[in-house]
Structures are given as C-alpha cells and as structure tokens.
Design a protein around this ligand. Structure first.
Ligand SMILES: Cc1cc2nc3c(=O)[nH]c(=O)nc-3n(C[C@H](O)[C@H](O)[C@H](O)COP(=O)(O)OP(=O)(O)OC[C@H]3O[C@@H](n4cnc5c(N)ncnc54)[C@H](O)[C@@H]3O)c2cc1C
Length: 460
C-alpha cells in the first residue's frame, strides 16, 4: 500500500463515498484545474473534489493526510506562477460550491463570506448596502485565492493588500482540524498573527473555508482620467510628488508606450503612444476636485503633454476596462504566443530607474515586453509574449525575469509585490529571504509534517 498510485486509489474510493458525483476524475476537469495561463507546463491533479461545507473539506483533507496524498486548493485558477499545478498529483479542492455571502454587518463594516465567491459577485451582492470590497486584482479571482496569494491590484495604493483587509479566517489544517484566526475587532494583540501568516501562504499551510472581510463605503464622487508624459521619469516623479503632497490617490497606474499601443488596438482607445498614467481620485466632491487641481499642477510642473478628467461613469469604465485588459491586449499583439508576467515591487523612488533598466534588458535580449504597474505602490509588471516552441526566446525570457527579481531586491524591494511565489519564483525567494527561508520551512513543517498541502509551491 506504499505506492502513490495505490494510495490515490484508496483516496478516490473514500472520497467517492463522501462526495458521490462531486468527485470528478475526467481528464478535461483535471486539465481545467491545472495551470494553463503562462509558459509553465500544466501538471494535472488525480481528481477534483467539489465540497459543499467546511466539514466536508475537513474530511477530504483528513483522508489525504492519512494516505499522504497532496491537497491543492483551487479558487478561480487565475494565479500566474503555477500555483494550482499538481506536480505530485493529488486532490484539487475546487471552492465553487462554497461561494455564499454568510453575513453582512454594515455597522461593523464587515462581511463574512465563503472562499469561492469571486470579487465581482461579492460586490454585486453588496451593491444595495452602499458598501464595497475594494481589492481588485484585475482577474475575477475568488476571495480564498486572493487571501492565499495576498493579492492586491489597482486599489491597493489606497486600501492596502488582502492582508490589510481580512479580520478573521476559518481554516482546515493538514490533519483535518478546523481552526479560527483573528476576531471582528479592529485591532488585536492576542498572540501571533496567524491571519497574516495564512494570507500569502498559497494553500501550503491550510485550506481557507471562511473569510471575514473589511468593507468600505462606495465613494460619492469620482474623477478619473489619464496624464501623458515624454518620459517614464516625468510620470513617476508626478506620482511621487502627488503622494508626498498628501493627495489621497484612489488608483494610479502606469502604462509604457508599448502597452499603450497594444491597448489602443485592443480596447479601441486613441492615446498618444507615450508613457501614460491612468489615475482616479474619489470621495467627497469638493475634496476630489481639489485633489484633481493639485494633481494637474504637479503634472504640469513635470511637463505633462496631455491631461484629461472624465467625470462621466462610462468614460471612466472604458479607461479602467482597458487597464484591466492590458494583459490580453499585449497577448493579442502576438497571436499563438503565451504570456509571462513579471511582478516586482521597489521603493517608489527607485521605480523609474528599475523600469528603465528593465527596458534596456528587453532590447538587449531582443524580447517584446509591455510594462504596466501599480505605480503608487512601486509595483510593476512586464508582460512578455513568447513563442513556446522558440527555446532561445523562452530562455531569454527566463533570464529577464531573474534579472528583474534580482534588481528589485538589490534596490530594497521584493521579487513579487502581489502574484506570489508558486513554482515560478522559488529561486528568487531564496535570494530574497536568505536565512529567513529556513524559518518559513520550519513553520511549514510544523503545520504540515507530511507535506501534503500544495507541495512544490513556495519551496522547491
Ligand atoms: C489578467 C490577469 C491580471 C492579474 N492582475 C493581478 C493584479 O493586478 N494583482 C494581483 O494581485 N493579482 C493579479 N493576477 C493574479 C491572480 O488574479 C491572483 O493571484 C488571484 O489572487 C488568484 O486568485 P484565484 O481565485 O484565481 O486563485 P487560484 O489561482 O485558484 O489559486 C491561487 C493560490 O491560492 C490557493 N488557494 C485558492 N483558494 C484557496 C483556499 N480556499 N484556501 C487555501 N488556498 C487557496 C491555491 O492553492 C493557489 O496556491 C492577475 C491574473 C490575471 C490572469
């Protein structure tokens, strides 16, 4: 009974008893539950479970632990570093059937949700309350996946990351035990902060089965638009000065000329092909208008060549849809190719230089790259479009990703601001964490001694 295939057979039959038809083993379902987004090859789980309750998840994990078979939690599958791959096979736990809003408490500005709910559906359900959950990683990700990758996105400059927006978690540990972390209180000094430890743990410590989220008011007034500059440096300096002046930036995103060209074609924009900021200020009308005036003055001082302010909701939606579709716009320039996305974050004062050096790397390596970023946080991405059959190009892309990660760390930053480590960034984590990596491994071993929780992620 020691062989992995025998153990998988035992788990399959036990889980069939528990889940019936909600355990699937067809190749198409397993393929859908492996990584397909980037160049990283897909590695299929042996089966996919669709539980309906925390108790069922506890039973599934216990069966897997007893038989040393891996467990891979699965949200919406939009992660970018091979997070949901199953290099050792095992059971993918799909959270689709656990996507209810369990409670909304407007007076405490919180909602309790199951992990499978996507951020768009959550906001639809919240609409009547005048409240929102603002964390927005572009893709329509699940709340469980967003907690597990410590996701952020365009709104993080104002609201922080997922780690800043969760109060409580319910989790199933590797031995099937169910625990709760955190509380509804705004702050706590009660022991280790397990909630923050689990945020960003990529399914390697536990399965998250319930999340208490902070909610925010929907701003009454919004001004959004774009500002264009001759150089990246002028654009980045404008952002730094705006933040230094205390402007409460809602969102501020940088798109380089290559990305603007791609977005013009894909999202039917008509922008000059130069470094561009998409910005948004929101809140009370007087405050927002004042912030816009100050921002305009700062942008003028930095030589802005075009500046718009769209108060119309449709125009704003078009702009932000273009930003959210930036990845697909880049890919559309290279039919048949695959996208790879880098994700570095540096102190904001280093951002322009980091991006400029990256652009020099791109031309040295002969790669097509599209730069965009959450510039208010010093976080930027390069979308590389690569022909998977062109080995030299794939190697050049790998080289570029390593250079970006290394440079970010040398500049005092990190190899990933929001996408996480998964399979793709393990070498960069080793370089960044140094001896702290062994501390992370000790925590992993203590909570998951048999190594069943999403093995092969974060650590090799
Ligand atoms: C076009 C595009 C744009 C993107 N832009 C951004 C961006 O701006 N900012 C950003 O942060 N990310 C971005 N991402 C990445 C992605 O959307 C995030 O990583 C997201 O948080 C993943 O959520 P998911 O539900 O898809 O998780 P999945 O991909 O399903 O899983 C991700 C990880 O979380 C684990 N997991 C999932 N559910 C649970 C659970 N209930 N319990 C424990 N572990 C769990 C999985 O095992 C896996 O390790 C983008 C992706 C795409 C495709």
């Amino acid at each position: 009974m020691n062989k992995q295939s025998d153990r998988v057979l035992v788990v399959t039959s036990r889980l069939k008893e528990i889940l019936g038809d909600r355990l699937q083993t067809s190749r198409s379902v397993r393929e859908h539950h492996s990584h397909t987004t980037t160049l990283l090859p897909s590695q299929l789980p042996d089966m996919v479970a669709f539980p309906q309750s925390t108790q069922e998840i506890s039973q599934i994990v216990k069966v897997c632990d007893d038989n040393s078979v891996p467990v891979i939690p699965f949200g919406a599958g939009s992660s970018l570093e091979g997070h949901v791959n199953a290099p050792q096979g095992g059971v993918s736990i799909d959270m689709t059937n656990m996507s209810a809003v369990l409670e909304v408490a407007p007076e405490d500005l919180l909602a309790v949700v199951q992990p499978g709910i996507t951020r768009k559906r959550l906001n639809e359900e919240l609409r009547a309350t005048g409240l929102q959950f603002p964390i927005d990683p572009g893709a329509d990700a699940s709340v469980g996946g967003m907690v597990s990758t410590r996701a952020s996105g365009t709104n993080a400059v104002r609201y922080g990351t997922m780690a800043d927006n969760i109060l409580e978690l319910e989790c199933v540990l590797a031995d099937g035990q169910i625990i709760r972390t955190g509380s509804r209180a705004k702050k706590s000094a009660a022991g280790y902060d397990l909630t923050k430890l689990i945020a960003g743990s990529e399914g390697t410590l536990c399965v998250i089965t319930e999340v208490t989220l902070k909610l925010r008011g929907i701003p009454e007034h919004v001004v959004a638009g774009y500002a264009q500059f001759a150089t990246l440096d002028q654009a980045c300096t404008t952002v730094i000065e705006a933040i230094q002046c205390g402007i409460d930036v809602g969102r501020i995103e940088l798109l380089d000329p290559a990305q603007i060209k791609a977005s013009n074609a894909y999202s039917k924009l008509d922008l000059a092909v130069v470094p561009t900021l998409f910005y948004e200020f929101s809140g009370g009308e007087a405050k927002t208008n004042e912030e816009y005036e100050l921002f305009a003055a700062i942008a003028e001082g930095n030589g802005v060549s075009a500046l718009t302010s769209a108060k119309d909701a449709e125009d704003r939606a078009k702009l932000w849809a273009a930003r959210h579709d930036a990845y697909w716009a880049a890919l559309a320039q290279h039919p048949g190719q695959k996208g790879i996305v880098s994700d570095a974050c540096v102190p904001i004062s280093k951002l322009a230089s980091c991006i400029e050096q990256t652009q020099e790397d791109l031309s040295e390596l002969g790669l097509d790259g599209y730069v965009l970023g959450h510039v208010g946080d010093g976080n930027f991405h390069v979308v590389l479009c690569v022909d998977p059959d062109n080995q030299a190009q794939c190697e050049a892309a790998e080289d570029l990703l390593k250079r970006i990660s290394k440079r970010a760390v040398e500049m005092g930053g990190t190899c990933t601001g929001e996408h996480g480590i998964g399979q793709g960034k393990q070498g960069s984590l080793e370089n960044e964490a140094g001896p702290a990596l062994a501390v992370m491994q000790t925590i992993k071993k203590a909570l998951d001694p048999k190594g069943i929780m999403n093995p092969g992620k974060i650590f090799a």
